[in-house]
Write a protein that binds this ligand. Structure first.
Ligand code: NAP
Length: 371
């Protein structure tokens, strides 16, 4: 063992990080929000992709303190965050709400760790890379300790829109997203399940609130989500746009490094458990034929192409890695535009998978340590 390996082992042991001496040289990883929907998916993805790690720490809220979680045959106890939590940690995968990330990501970065954050806290900060692994991995170079993972809706679109933009130049995109309830976390899943059971229990054959009333909203969404669709994701940012719609526009511009693209979005919550879908009408700088778009997308990483009358649904894609695209057809209302249908798993590519892919790029390129 070299001197620096000995130091590393001593530091890791001193900081209470369970370290596998065989894996020295690999990062010691912390998952913050390990009991949540994204956190649980993160552990699955890390394991499936055989992500190298010399140690693992799991964090969540006070209510999960001490909860045992199995990972690669070992049991880890969930801890709560403190000023000392990030000692000896190289990589923090953070999947908590924005205010918690705002508080703790700088503490982790200050302690020398690199944070890949899933919340919206850092995405639009100047100097913080906002990265889709297949699209703009070069933006990771020179990071300063905090890296942002895009919103799950933006993420579902980017592996499809970015290669089309590179090839043809996207002038304008009209987007309607149909977003699953898991995008709002585990409490939203419970709300959908409870409401669906309660509404099914009602005697009426047709569920029509306008006739027989009694379909109250729950605590997470402003309207009932079971047997309904809600054209509001997240709170309103101003009088006309929701925060989700604002994020989709701003993040698209930042990732594609092009503020000139016109984007108008309507983000809709639907009673689907997992998987976000988007209907997208795209106009380009020149007319684009369907065959040209198919050629580009067939060679695009992270994209699974459906042709003809085949198409993906959110249920099909839930639990898979690629973003799936189908129903590509001419926009007959404008010259040379295209209408496109896209589906992706919001918990995997929309969150956990992209984080792990970013971490893999950092390791491959030797960019893990902040500049
Ligand atoms: N769900 C998605 O599709 C998706 C996609 C992209 C990004 N995101 C973002 O990822 C983040 C997590 O989303 P989620 O869907 O996984 O939410 P979730 O299922 O509600 O999980 C939230 C996690 O945060 C933990 N937590 C709460 N307070 C904490 C504290 N004070 N300290 C440490 N951990 C704390 C919770 O622990 P307890 O279990 O102990 O309460 C839980 O592990 C959010 O910022 C969300 O916007 C989500």
């Amino acid at each position: 063992m070299t001197g620096s390996e000995g130091d590393e082992l001593a530091l890791a042991r001193a900081s209470g990080v369970l370290t596998d001496p065989e894996s020295l040289g690999s990062p010691v990883v912390a998952v913050v929000g390990a009991t949540g929907l994204v956190g649980q998916e993160m552990l699955r993805v890390l394991d499936e992709r055989d992500f190298p790690m010399a140690g693992l720490k799991l964090f969540a809220s006070e209510r999960s303190r001490g909860r045992p979680i199995e990972f690669r045959g070992k049991t880890y106890e969930v801890d709560v965050l403190s000023e000392e939590s990030f000692r000896g940690i190289d990589l923090v995968l953070m999947e908590v709400e924005s205010p918690i990330s705002r508080e703790w990501a700088p503490v982790a970065a200050e302690a020398g760790a690199t944070v890949i954050d899933n919340s919206s806290a850092w995405r639009m900060e100047e100097g913080i890379p906002l990265v889709v692994a297949e699209v703009n991995p070069e933006d990771l170079q020179g990071h300063r300790g905090i890296i942002a993972n895009p919103n799950c809706t933006t993420m579902t679109l980017m592996p499809v829109l970015a290669p089309l933009h590179r090839e043809f130049g996207v002038r304008r995109a009209v987007i309607t997203s149909l977003q699953s309830v898991s995008g709002t976390g585990q409490a939203a899943l419970r709300e959908l399940e409870k409401q669906a059971l309660r509404f099914l229990d009602r005697p009426s054959g047709l569920r029509r609130a306008g006739v027989d009333g009694g379909y109250e909203a729950g605590e997470i969404y402003p309207k009932p989500i079971a047997f309904n669709v809600i054209p509001q994701c997240d709170d309103f940012a101003d009088e006309v746009r929701t925060k989700e719609e604002v994020k989709l526009v701003a993040e698209t511009h930042k990732i594609l490094n092009d503020d000139s693209i016109g984007v108008i979005a309507t983000c809709v919550r639907v009673p689907v458990e997992v998987g976000h879908s988007l209907s997208v009408v795209v106009e380009f700088n020149r007319p684009v034929h369907v065959e040209e778009a198919l050629d580009v997308l067939a060679d695009s990483p992270g994209v699974d192409l459906f042709v003809g009358s085949e198409y993906p649904t959110p249920l099909d894609v839930a639990g898979t890695d690629d973003v799936c695209v189908g129903r590509i057809r001419p926009d007959t209302s404008s010259e040379g535009g295209l209408a496109i249908w896209v589906c992706g798993d919001n918990l995997r590519k929309g969150a956990a998978l992209n984080c792990v892919q970013i971490a893999e790029v950092l390791l491959d390129q030797g960019w893990l340590k902040p500049s």
